[in-house]
Each structure stands twice: as structure tokens, then as C-alpha cells.
Design a protein around this ligand. Sequence first.
Ligand code: ZN
Length: 318
Amino acid sequence: MTQSIPGLHHVTAISGAPQGNVDFYVGTLLQRLVKKTVNFDEPDTYHLYYGNSHAEPGSILTFFPFVNAGPGRAGPGMASAVAYAVPVGGLTAWMMALAEAVVDFDGPFERFGEQMIALNDPDGLRIELIETDRGTADMAVVEDEPVDGGFHSVTLWLDNPDRTARLLTDVFGYSSAGEASGSDENRYRFLAAGQGRGSAIDLITSDAASIGRQGTGSIHHVAFRAENDEVQMAWQETLRGQGFDVTPQIDRQYFNAIYFREPGGVLFEIATDPPGFATDESMDALGQELKLPAQHERIRDQIERVLPPITIPQRKAK
Ligand code: ZN
């Protein structure tokens, strides 16, 4: 098998009321709202997509703002944190900007030799900003600029990381970067070969008894990239051959998706890069209009009546 996964495509999480979510990801973290659509299965709920300036795979964090959902919490068998990549030298400006905006954060810490801070989004989702060379080498450090490097990594919290580690190394083509030292022990890092955006996955274990649950502030699934349908179908075959229960291909409008549950319990997806987010509106206008797939377009009036209005804050220009 010569195919390998280049890294993360997107991460999907659950939030509370959408305005607080938009204010945080666009107003505070300076992400671009790259798509405003609805949950295709429950069209009375938004599906909001944030990404870097070019809406590239490996930068996309999406939310279902379930206004009536209870609070979630991370636990074994769930993804527990999303980390954005900051170019080396860029963290100080972020700490100053967050302090000025009265947004609390922890750190700075060092993890695997990289400087980082961590904060919670309004629903308690753990967000990390990590200085790294991976995927950010050609980015200049400018104060107050968007975090345009996309993802650094996702952390998966597992009872036993061994089988998940084997999936990453033996099937996905990741290599082990070892165990973190110091206060971060029981954290194991894996890196995709290309080492671009979103190429790291951390696996953590904890002896403390804990039970996670899906709800606001929790991550629903983690999606990896396939460059096209053909590669995705090869993954479907490979994973089925490994005994995983993989779904048929599902059309998600901006990518095609297949899903399966990894051995530690986290829902994994493999999503195609094409067609991307400029398929139903221009790259310049991403996120401004409510976009609906054909099956929901005919009930647009009804959908627009029930969706709460949201105001998109100004995202500082790059
Ligand atoms: Zn997804």
C-alpha cells in the first residue's frame, strides 16, 4: 500500500447559540467564515464553517450550533482539543491581543519543543495555538493577523492509544514522533509524511476515571484528506479490508465523505479536497449568504424564518 493521508481536512464540533460562536472564531481567532449553510439532516440548524483566507483543507473547523443542546465534555473515545498553527515568533502578538480583548488563556507552555497557549471557546471547546514550522514556513509574522496557517493538530483522548496508533502508522502512513516529556507525559504525537497544514495527531491517555459526552463544546468527528474521489474509494476499500465498518460515499456539497469509527471510539471521516467551498459562491464572497443544497432550496423561506439571525464581525484584513 503506497497511499498515505496528507493530514486533516476538517474538524466538526457542536456549539451553543451561533452568535457567540461567530464572535469568537471570526472576531477573536480571526478565522474566516467560509460557509454559512444548514445541517443537511436538520435544516433548522446552521452549519457554520470557518477556515483560513483561502478556505483550504486542513484549516476548516465547522460547527452545528444546537441552541438547545446540553453541555458536552471531552472524555476517552473523543477528540478533546483543536490546535491552530502559528508561525514561529507569532505567539507573543497573540498573547497580547488576547489579553487586550480580555480573553483568558493558559500558558505559554512548551510541548514537543514548540511554544503554545491554550484557551476555551465560549462553549468550553479547548483551542490551542502552537508555534510551528509545519505548514507556516512561508508565512510572515504580523501582529493581529489571522491564524492563517490552518490546523497544527487534533488531540484524541483514548483509554488505550495502541490500536489507534497502529491505524495511524500502519494504514494512514503517519510516523511516530514519540512521547511528550515533562507535565505532558502520556501524550504521543504522530506526523503525516508531508508535514503541511494539519499534519499532526496527538493521542493522550489518562488514568483518571472520566466519561465524555457529546454536547455543546464537544468535537463530533475528525476528517482527514483525500485528494479526490478515486483516492477516497481506495481508502474505503483499504479500511474495509482492515475490518472497519465504512459508510458509502456521502455528498456533503463541498466535499464527499466516508465515515468510520476508529478503534479508540472517535468518529473519523475521509473527505475529498474537491469541489471545495467556492463551488456555490465566489471565493471573494464566501460565507456572506446562506447557502442551501438543492433539496433544501425549495423550503428556503421556512428555513430562514427559524434560523436565528447572526452578525458576522469584521475580520481584520490580511
Ligand atoms: Zn465532516
